[in-house]
Design a protein around this ligand. Sequence first.
Ligand code: SRM
Ligand code: SF4
Length: 565
Amino acid sequence: MSEQDKTVKLSDNERLKRESNFLRGTIAQDLKDEITGGFTADNFQLIRFHGMYQQDDRDIRPERAKQKLEPLHNVMLRARMPGGIIKPEQWLAIDKFAGEKTSYGSIRLTTRQTFQFHGVLKPEIKGMHQLLNSVGIDSIATAGDVNRNVLCTTNPVESELHQEAYEWAAKISEHLLPKTKAYAEIWLNGEKSETTEEPILGSTYLPRKFKTTVTIPPNNEVDVHANDLNFVAIADNGKLVGFNVLVGGGLAMTHGDTATYPRKADDFGFIALEDTLKIAEHVVSVQRDWGNRSNRKNAKTKYTLDRVGSDVFKAEVEKRAGVSFAPSRPYEFTHRGDRIGWVEGIDGKHHLTLFIQSGRILDYPNKPLKTGCRKIAEIHQGDFRMTANQNLIIAGVPADQKAIIEKIAREHGLIDDKDTEQRKSSMACVSLPTCPLAMAEAERYLPSLIEKIEGLLAKHGVPNDSIIMRVVGCPNGCGRAMLAEAGLVGKGPGKYNVYLGGNTEGTRIPKLYLENVGEEVYLEAFDKLIGQWVSERNEGECFGDFVIRKGIVAEVKVSVTDFYA
Ligand code: SRM
Ligand code: SF4
């Protein structure tokens, strides 16, 4: 126990982790309890470490309460998928499960390169894990106070570099995984074994969630500044030679609490490839020992860096790892969007990026997206890659299969030439009805909002231009609105805070422009701002740069001081 743990009152999550017998709790007993569809208090939290959240449909909650019924408890499952790569046979298995055993029927691609099932009832949970296990998928540590799914830029063009970077993402994921066998014991009927230690994460795991990426510049699709730890690939002649390491990014805040804020990651310097796992381990171990375990709102790495000082944190990582950071090597981020459509890789294989609005793969009346993906999976010889923009890449298509895959994609609405650049540059978090923390709509609202923004762009004569626009249902910011050129953050039903001034590279945090306003107010504001942007912008100037140059919002340079100034 650290000194801090001895002197301050720890959060209750610390007790439950400590008493959980390495994440077992009494989950197995709860599973047998047929009286309730839910899990009891501690297990409600502990199942997160196994990749599940207990939820209920908030649309029907009031009606059930009126009928004196408990909420219709179910779980959301989030898979572990380093780098977002999934094989066609795995796709077919998840497609079948989503269709037959979940109440929403969808596969939901997330902003962190994996998929979620929503609406899995208790009797189906074990079977779900066993099915996933049979095709080589698990959901270990995709939630809870651990290192989550490790992201890797989906760069199908430079195939060799991507393969190397992807392998590092997978290795880092394995290295930082909990070592307890609780997952296998509870969900896969694995043999009981005693866990005596967690060598990296510690017996009470991390103070808070922890997020890692492996990033291949110039694409910052993964949004490094949303992550605790980033390995930015440095290549020489197309071969990976090492990483620049960025530490301490994170986007969440709480409305009205200025002790919480989005923060960019700090540059610690360059490391050679062979030091990657050591550095990953010790950024985690320093955060494990120095992170705040009494106040979960200030527990993430970003706050530890601001409390102890970035240099002090970095020096401790160097000491523990026995590695010194060299000066960072030059690199540049130029964009974050996915290249929708076909590209050819240097290996001669073809890759088709499909735009999936808000990542929701479902059979809609005029767009049977889920059936289309299934038909592609039935014949596809390469793999699928989920992007951090909630899109899907059909990767590694030989030339002679291009035509048939494109035909299926078009017939099922997976390619729709009517999708504008604006629509493709927009993102929303899940929000209602499944997210218990949602304060306003996001995913369900996005399509109609974008239609209105498209109307404004057309009105001002620039229908093909776009603004990186992101909508989130609350300030946790799962759709990364705090790195958008224009971010809407839910405040209450139909009400949002509007933030402006992120850039296209994802290296600037936006600033509050309008507080707690409804659609009429912010559409009027966007109408004026877009008009001004179109007539007064410099050649190629993006919306976010424009609003800062014009002083419409002040630039956030250092979040801890500038964000609320
Ligand atoms: Fe998130 C909690 C959905 C990416 C910050 N997030 C949640 C929960 C689980 C709500 C809950 O705690 O009960 C949401 C479930 C909604 C649902 O019904 O599915 C949820 N988060 C999502 C996803 C699915 C959004 C999406 O539309 O794709 C993303 C899943 C990622 C994954 O596959 O692992 C998702 N969440 C993010 C991101 C963006 C990112 O990581 O790139 C962030 C901001 C970055 C960051 O961490 O700072 C994010 N989610 C949060 C937070 C705030 C954490 C904090 O620092 O305070 C919470 C609440 C919490 O942890 O207490 C949260
Ligand atoms: Fe839920 Fe808020 Fe995350 Fe949206 S941003 S999914 S509303 S926690």
